[in-house]
Structures are given as C-alpha cells and as structure tokens.
Design a protein around this ligand. Sequence first.
Ligand SMILES: NC(=O)c1ccc[n+]([C@@H]2O[C@H](COP(=O)([O-])OP(=O)(O)OC[C@H]3O[C@@H](n4cnc5c(N)ncnc54)[C@H](O)[C@@H]3O)[C@@H](O)[C@H]2O)c1
Length: 257
Amino acid sequence: MKLENRVAVVTGAGAGIGRACAIEFAKQGARVVAADINQEGAAATAREIEAAGGTCLAEYADVSLPESVQALVSSTLRAFSAVHVLVNNAAIQVSKTVEETTVEEWNAQMAVNVGGVFLCSKYFLPHLRATRGSIVNMASVNGFFVEPMCAGYCATKAAIIGLTKAMAIDHGKEGIRVNSICPGYIDAGLAESYFQAQPDPAAARASAGKLHALWRIGRPEEVARTAVFLASDDASFVTGAAMVVDGGFGSGLPPGV
Ligand SMILES: NC(=O)c1ccc[n+]([C@@H]2O[C@H](COP(=O)([O-])OP(=O)(O)OC[C@H]3O[C@@H](n4cnc5c(N)ncnc54)[C@H](O)[C@@H]3O)[C@@H](O)[C@H]2O)c1
C-alpha cells in the first residue's frame, strides 16, 4: 500500500472526485479526514471507507472561512496527531459569462475555489512541515483551455495552477511537495452543473466525451489514482507540476463530427 501510516485530509470529500480521492487514499492505507459543507455526503464517504475496513473521520468544514478551516486542523490533529497529505478539492462552478455573473457569485467562487486552497494550505502548512508532507490541489484543464460560459471558474483554476507552483517554490526546501491535477470532464457534480447550464443539457452531456481523444469523459477514481500517486513516495521528485488527467482533452472531436 502506497500511503500506509499517512493521514490525509480531503476537502469536498462528500461527493464526486473528492469522495473518490478519500476512498482511494483509504484503500492505500491512509487514515482519512473527509471534510465538506455537505455533512451527510461526508458521513456517507466515511461509512463506505469504514465498511471496507478503513479509517475515516467525517468533518463539517467550509473551506472559504478561516475559523472553519482552523477548526478542521484542530479536529484532524485531535483525531490523528499528525497530517501528511492535504487534498484541496472543494470547489463550486458558476456557469456564466462575466457580464452575467453577479458580484456575489464572483466573490463566492473566488472564496471557495482559490480562497479555500489558500486557507487550507496556510493553516495545514505548519503541520505538513513537521511530516515533510504534500499538497495536491484540484485544478482543471480549464486552467489552460477555456470554454464558453464559465469565465470566473476558468480564472479560479488558472489561479490554482499558479498558486501551486508558487507554494512548491516556497516550501520545496522544507521537503513539502505541492502539485495540481488538471482533469478533463469527469462524471461528477461540477460537470453535470455545467451541462445543466447549457441550452440543451442532454446534447451537451452526450457530446462531451468527443472533446477528449479517448472519446469519453473520465471517472472520479481515474483522477483519485493520480492524487494517490502525487501524494505517495512514487512522486518523490515531482513538485510544482500541473498534471493533466484529461483523456486527451481538446484533441478529440474532428470538424463536422
Ligand atoms: N467534474 C469535472 O468534470 C471536473 C473537471 C475538472 C476539475 N474538476 C475539479 O474537481 C473538483 C471536484 O469536482 P466535482 O465535479 O467532484 O464536484 P462535486 O460538486 O461533485 O463535489 C464538490 C464537493 O465540494 C463541496 N463543497 C462545495 N463548497 C464547499 C466549501 N465551501 N467547503 C467545503 N466543501 C465544499 C460540495 O459540497 C461537494 O461535496 C473541483 O475542484 C473541480 O473544479 C472537476
């Protein structure tokens, strides 16, 4: 097992890619903290892990609020005494142009997607330094390739890629590795919310696979296995990377198909 004797905190672990990360980390021997504003979702993740013989603490945490993140740090240390891996996965998506996006929506998206990475990293870093741990940030191919109707979301994902490289440089000498993952379309909540925002959601969902060279969208566990790799000693010389897990996004659909 690749993550034996490690403690991993996963934000947004109540659904989708975060839930898959929590489950894959537990399969690899990690004790997991599943953090989410969706308490029932986090509890369901914990139940699934415990039923398979793993260890998981479900915690309410809003990554956009400093006091909530500080409480998450405290409960993690109270339960497990140490932390080795932080997966900054929680995010929301506003599927609108800049003009359509309200100021409140813009601020909320920035606060969760970028602010959440900042706050969780800020408050967990002293404890990751103690274990020479690692951070995995969930970015997106939308940090490189933008799509219509998600301007603010794309901006947050580009920011995460930049923040990842900056943290990798600041903390590399302390033995802390910081990487991001850039998934293509994955069968999980945010992709579904993007489909729902399109004029014809069913057509958008049906054609999304063809945006990828592999002509399908990905599964959450395919992203989670990359998170395991980046958190493990197999990635001991990998830091500052923006690792695409995108089925060849942007090279799929030939004209006219
Ligand atoms: N699904 C995709 O196609 C896709 C593609 C590329 C990148 N991503 C990224 O993967 C990550 C997960 O996406 P997903 O599709 O699994 O989303 P999802 O909506 O299925 O799950 C996101 C989870 O985050 C939680 N959350 C939202 N706001 C929170 C907050 N303030 N504090 C704590 N938790 C909060 C939600 O309750 C939810 O459980 C995101 O960072 C997303 O940008 C997703």
